[in-house]
Design a protein around this ligand. Structure first.
Ligand code: NOJ
Length: 894
């Protein structure tokens, strides 16, 4: 049996390990292939209650396809194309769409020999189908928004019977077998790729398609590689690259000043996307505006996938908010995390033993730095057998968890999808006997190498395997686990050290006989799903789970958090973390972050501080470092650095009431906490390419410093009618311009938008459970009309009672005409809570008030003492004891 693998970079062969699009046969076939001439057979149209269906014919190949079209009530149009009579079923991605959509009844508007037009009840949208050459337009009024197949790139390789051996020799071998380096891929179904092009009219900015280490706005791919969606374990990935990383979300978001639109390509096989902008960048730069008008503005997009069917949903927006809601209805809302998961996480590969864990935990208390979770990497196990503990290093795991739990802190352990092949280990035997492993194409248990050495891989696509794996997390089965243990799924692309591109061969076979090729990008999603199920079941359905996954797909937001994998301790990786998390956020994966400090290498103290400051303003907040790196707990770099890291973490904790409220919003509306500026300023063109600053909710604009030795940063403050308040100085700035802000290593540029109310905790506590007991302070930032509003969401922070018993409290603050009101934001919800508001700060108060009066329903008015700072027009009312759950009012008289 092979020895366990020890190194950070197993057998690294560098870039050569991974394919470029040139190396991929189906991509070459489609790009170089003949141009096909599909016809829509309009007389085959059938309108049913919830869809339209008609046939497509390609005369040369005589290929017949069936297109089904279904608009939904929430503003999406789904186009599915399959073979009319496939010799066997083609893979359709299960379990990603939530099935919540209600479809619209279509009716015939107009019909001729050339085209037919269909409409439906809601909105002004129509679909026009052209007979020849076949194209399908989605119209709003008379304007075409999207054209499907405008350039005739529709491609559908019909399944065929395998050729006889003789014929095979005549074949270009890549149809049935394909070789990359030493790896031979034998394709059980032969060529089965699909592809289609779409034109997005009037759009010149598209985003999404994570995961890539690239800018937020997707690039024109005409002179380079296409964006690749193929989940891979890429250690220390190259920057500004379109090659595939750990996860994939095939959602593209297009934006123009009057409309946001989405294209969701539901396919889990290897996928490429080409993008072409018109006018081109050169035309935009050089052509005088008058001439430019002749080139219509549009984005051409070409999707190509290795197998499955075409399942393409257009999300019609038109606002960014509506688009997020539509996408959430398709693939699910962000899970509401337990509050602790939004706190700070301390991880390292590895904390050596129980004493080490206790020492690090105590270090946080000693240095007065809040944190919630400490993490154990692979070395905590007995020989990389997940669900076990190293008997020498972690002999008393349950009492370790009790030790942490006494301080209301949690432990997270890693649990990867590969299982050590060990005939003497009950868990391996159970999985084998239950038929829970992926098979090779000969029907034997597939074997590949990973941390434990020779391993087999659980087939999470099998519901029975998911159920079995979930049960492994039950407290009685998982020895040494307690309810305060949570989970980290890593290496789940899956990573196979001796596999092609360091992953599973495409000809491996899953439940139902499907090839790995069909569902590769779903593997991590399914492990994440099974783990989440396990944690929920462990608590009898009462507690919210927390599971971090490295690999993901569309819909992973329903399950928990993801992170951006093996980054590097350098300024460039800190910088790219911002567009990477923004791109994930746009594609629904709202709970995301990057390893603080950079996983690989040793950050200098300045970089580490800047990384903490930036990450404190991102959703998932975890320090992590690789095995060979130096220790880097926050207090190891001298008092000054410790103080700066402490401040960054404390400020994150103070802002948690706001973050939690934003997560509630993501959970109920689909709107992500992190938003590119254009989401909040959709008509302002100068925000469309900004990806180093962003909004946290609607109220805060963050511009983390990601360069060394900087003394000044330039911050674009959008909205010419807006006022922005520096959260540190309360200084007001007019929007619609770029300001230069002097910075020191203590400064993190964050601005509050005039018109908003933000709730913070008055202190940071030692962890989130302590934070929940602390009073709140409210910051009201007035807009030019003297108004502001905001919300606050509270619940117990850990259970499903908010959902099952409506045990939550959603409050609204409104400031208008010198009165600040606290009222319920929704008639739903009842939550016993004693939380009080201790202070109210109002920024933008023009002159010193004469009195401030507090009115609480059912009590007499009292006048409050206040402080007014003339230089920055800031009014602070302190020593309040206003229950957040009660209705009250503060009146300011001039
Ligand atoms: C790869 C992960 O990306 C990294 O975070 C982890 O520490 C190592 N695997 C070891 O488990």
């Amino acid at each position: 049996m092979a020895e366990p693998v020890d190194s950070v970079i197993p057998d690294d062969e560098g870039k050569e390990k991974f394919k470029k699009s040139d190396n991929v046969a189906f991509y070459r076939r489609q790009i170089q292939g003949p141009s096909l001439q599909h016809r829509a057979l309009l007389d085959t149209l059938v309108l049913t209650e919830n869809r339209a269906r008609f046939e497509l014919l390609e005369p040369d190949t005589q290929n017949r396809l069936l297109l089904s079209l279904s608009p939904s009530k929430c503003g999406t149009v789904r186009i599915i194309i399959d073979e009319l009579q496939p010799i066997k079923a083609r893979y359709r991605v299960p379990d990603v769409m939530t099935g919540e959509l209600q479809c619209e009844q279509l009716r015939m508007e107009r019909q001729s020999k050339e085209s037919l037009t269909l409409s439906w009840a809601s909105g002004h949208h129509q679909v026009r189908v052209w007979h020849f050459p076949f194209r399908l337009e989605i119209l709003c009024g008379h304007e075409a928004l999207v054209t499907f197949n405008p350039k005739g790139k529709l491609w559908f390789e019909a399944l065929q019977d395998p050729p006889s051996e003789l014929q095979e020799e005549e074949h270009t071998s890549s149809l049935w077998t394909e070789t990359f380096r030493q790896f031979v891929d034998i394709k059980a179904n032969g060529p089965s790729s699909v592809g289609a092009d779409l034109c997005l009219h009037g759009f010149r900015h598209v985003y999404g398609l994570p995961e890539h280490s690239d800018n937020l706005q997707l690039k024109d791919t005409s002179d380079g590689e296409p964006y690749r969606l193929y989940n891979l374990d890429v250690f220390a990935y190259e920057l500004y690259s379109r090659l595939g990383l750990y996860g994939s979300v095939p959602l593209m978001v297009a934006h123009r000043p009057d409309r946001t639109l989405g294209v969701f390509w539901l396919n889990a096989s290897e996928t490429f996307v080409n993008i072409q902008y018109s006018p081109t960048d050169q035309q935009e730069d050089r052509t005088p505006p008058v001439k430019r008008r002749r080139t219509p503005t549009q984005t051409d997009v070409h999707w190509l996938s290795e197998s499955g069917v075409i399942d393409c949903t257009v999300l019609l927006g038109p606002t960014p908010q509506q688009l997020f809601a539509q996408y959430a209805q398709l693939t699910g809302y962000q899970a509401l995390p337990p509050l602790f998961a939004l706190g700070y996480h301390q991880c390292r590969w590895n904390y050596n033993d129980e004493a080490d864990v206790k020492e690090v935990d105590a270090g946080f208390d000693r240095h007065n730095i809040p944190y919630d979770v400490i993490w154990l990497d692979i070395e905590h196990t007995n020989g990389k057998r997940y669900f076990t503990w190293d008997p020498v290093l972690f002999p008393e795991p349950a009492s370790l968890q009790c030790h942490l739990e006494k301080k209301k802190r949690k432990l997270v352990i890693i649990n990867d999808p590969h299982i050590k092949v060990d005939y003497g280990w009950y868990l391996f035997c159970e999985a084998r006997d239950g038929g829970h492993f992926v098979k090779d194409r000969e029907g034997q248990m597939y074997r590949g190498s990973c941390w434990p050495g020779v391993s087999s891989y659980l087939d999470f696509s099998n519901p029975a395997t998911r159920a079995w794996y979930s049960r492994c997390f039950s407290l009685d089965k998982y020895k040494g686990s307690t309810p305060s243990l949570f989970v980290w799924n890593d290496m789940n692309e899956p990573s196979v050290f001796d596999g092609p591109e360091q992953t599973m061969p495409k000809d491996a076979v899953h439940h139902g006989g499907w090839e790995h090729r069909d569902m590769h990008n779903l593997y991590g999603f399914y492990q994440h799903m099974a783990t989440v199920e396990g944690l929920i079941t462990r608590s009898g359905g009462s507690e919210r789970p927390f599971v971090l996954s490295r690999s993901f797909f569309a819909g992973s937001q329903r399950l928990g958090a993801v992170w951006t994998g093996d980054n590097v301790a350098s300024w460039d990786y800190l910088k790219i973390s911002v567009p990477m998390v923004l791109s994930l956020s746009l594609a629904g994966i709202a709970f995301c972050g990057a390893d603080i400090g950079g996983f690989y290498g040793d950050p200098e103290p300045e970089l580490l501080v800047r990384w903490y400051q930036a990450a404190a303003l991102q959703p998932f907040f975890r320090g992590h470092s690789a095995k060979e790196t130096k220790r880097r707990e926050p207090w190891l770099f001298g008092q000054e650095i410790t103080a700066k890291i402490r401040t960054a973490i404390q400020q994150r904790y103070c802002l948690l009431p706001y973050w939690y409220t934003l997560f509630h919003l993501a959970h109920t509306s689909g709107l992500p906490p992190l938003r590119p500026l254009w989401v909040e300023f959709p008509t302002e063109q100068n925000t469309f390419t900004v990806d180093h600053e962003y909004m946290i909710g609607g109220a805060l604009l963050a511009c983390p410093v990601t360069e060394a030795g900087i003394q000044q940063v330039k911050v674009l403050l959008p909205g010419s009618a807006d006022i922005w308040y520096d959260v540190n100085s309360a200084k007001a700035y007019k929007g619609g311009r770029t300001v230069s802000l002097p910075v020191t290593l203590d400064t993190v540029p964050v601005f509050q938008r005039g018109g908003s109310v933000v709730c913070r905790s008055a202190g940071s506590g030692s962890c989130t459970a302590v934070l929940q007991q602390l009073p709140l302070s409210i910051t009201v930032a007035l807009n030019s009309q003297g108004c502001a509003d905001g919300e606050l969401y509270l619940d117990d922070g850990h259970s499903f009672k908010y959902r099952d018993r409506k045990a939550f409290c959603l409050r609204r603050f409104d400031m208008l005409s010198g009165r600040l009101l606290c009222r319920p934001a929704s008639s739903e919800g009842a939550f016993e809570c004693d939380t009080v508001i201790q202070s109210v700060t109002i920024m933008g108060v023009k002159s010193r008030p004469s009195t401030v009066t507090v009115h609480v329903s059912g009590a007499e008015d009292t006048s409050a003492t206040f402080e007014f700072t003339e230089t920055c027009c800031k009014l602070t009312v302190d020593s309040l004891e206003l229950r957040v759950a009660a209705d009250w009012e503060i009146r300011i008289t001039g």
